[in-house]
Write a protein of this length. Structure first.
Length: 318
């Protein structure tokens, strides 16, 4: 099957390169990452399964997402490139840019602050259609882009980015990121026989010890990362025991969507003080921090503030 519609720079007219004030020429160098026919088949299979699940679970999808679920309809037949995505995003003044899979929180914050949505250039393997261990192209496109067409969602996301992008990056933030990325990559490698389960368990033990120590006095950026995780990745509103999924991680994990639809999950009300609740980077969550309103999410984000630089390093290394 041809994918010229999704890689087709030649199909764009001259006006398209300056659409909505966005200079699309700057993305041409990234526009055509190399995807195999297997990758396109994985995309098409996910698209079809996602359509089925979103109809089946229509009632538990938040309106911020549900009202804009059709914006990706033109990408049903194959993987879109950045030119396609930027044309889609131009009317709302946003752009897309590739990142290498699991990206650090400070980079995500800076990009979102500049109204650029990070898009992984990596796509999940065919056997991870229902649940992927690492944020990938499918997660970023299907999970984040529809919500961006909700002005209310954009305001919430920009509120987080405006605060998170101003925070200093501590060494503990870099360490936490590299530990988590190492776990994600090791789990991917295990699927191809490059790492043993023992290697991964050792990494997880180190990460768990480090996270437990950091939880005693987390850095501001680490708290901002946790707020992003529990709001924009695994967040949902719950009123009268009725969930409404908002997070991209939930929207693109059909296994996890089924779990929530079944009611087989534990929750706690989200607050700034419990953002450090244990979370899974590459597995389904054991329990969730939920909100009874968007305003509650806003209150959590508004408590993200910088502190004196070096306070964590003094505790850990002083």
């Amino acid at each position: 099957m041809s994918h010229c519609l999704f890689g087709g720079v030649s199909l764009l007219n001259e006006r398209s390169f300056k659409d909505g004030g966005v200079d699309l020429m700057t993305t041409i160098s990234q526009a055509l990452p190399s995807y195999t026919e297997t990758d396109h088949q994985t995309w098409r299979r996910f698209y079809q399964e996602f359509q089925n699940h979103s109809k089946l679970h229509h009632g538990i999808i938040h309106p911020y997402y549900r009202d804009h679920i059709d914006v990706l309809a033109s990408f049903a037949e194959g993987i879109p490139n950045l030119v396609d995505l930027n044309l889609l995003l131009a009317p709302i003044g946003w752009t897309a840019k590739h990142v290498d899979g699991y990206a650090p929180g400070w980079k995500i914050a800076k990009m979102i602050h500049e109204k650029t949505i990070p898009i992984s250039s990596v796509i999940r393997s065919p056997d991870e259609v229902f649940f992927a261990h690492e944020p990938d192209l499918i997660h970023d496109v299907f999970g984040h882009i529809p919500c961006l067409f909700s002005p209310e969602y954009r305001k919430l996301l920009e509120l987080w980015a405006n605060r998170a992008a101003q925070l200093p990056i501590h060494e503990v933030d870099r360490t936490a990121f590299h530990l988590n990325k190492s776990i994600v990559r090791a789990e991917q490698d295990e699927m191809h026989g490059k790492h043993t389960n023992r290697d991964i368990e050792t990494l997880k033990e180190v990460a768990s010890s480090f996270t437990s120590y950091l939880a005693q006095q987390p850095s501001p950026l680490y708290l901002a990362d946790k707020a992003y995780f529990w709001i924009f990745e695994f967040g949902f509103i719950q009123q009268d025991n009725r969930p409404q999924i908002l997070g991209a991680g939930l929207m693109t994990s059909m296994s996890e969507m089924n779990k929530i639809a079944s009611g087989a999950y534990d929750t706690r009300q989200i607050s700034f003080n419990n953002l450090m609740q244990h979370s899974q980077i590459s597995e389904m969550q054991d329990s969730y921090l939920v909100s009874d309103s968007i305003d509650q999410f806003k209150k959590v984000i508004e408590q993200i503030k910088p502190r004196e630089q070096g306070f964590v390093e003094e505790q850990l290394y002083g």
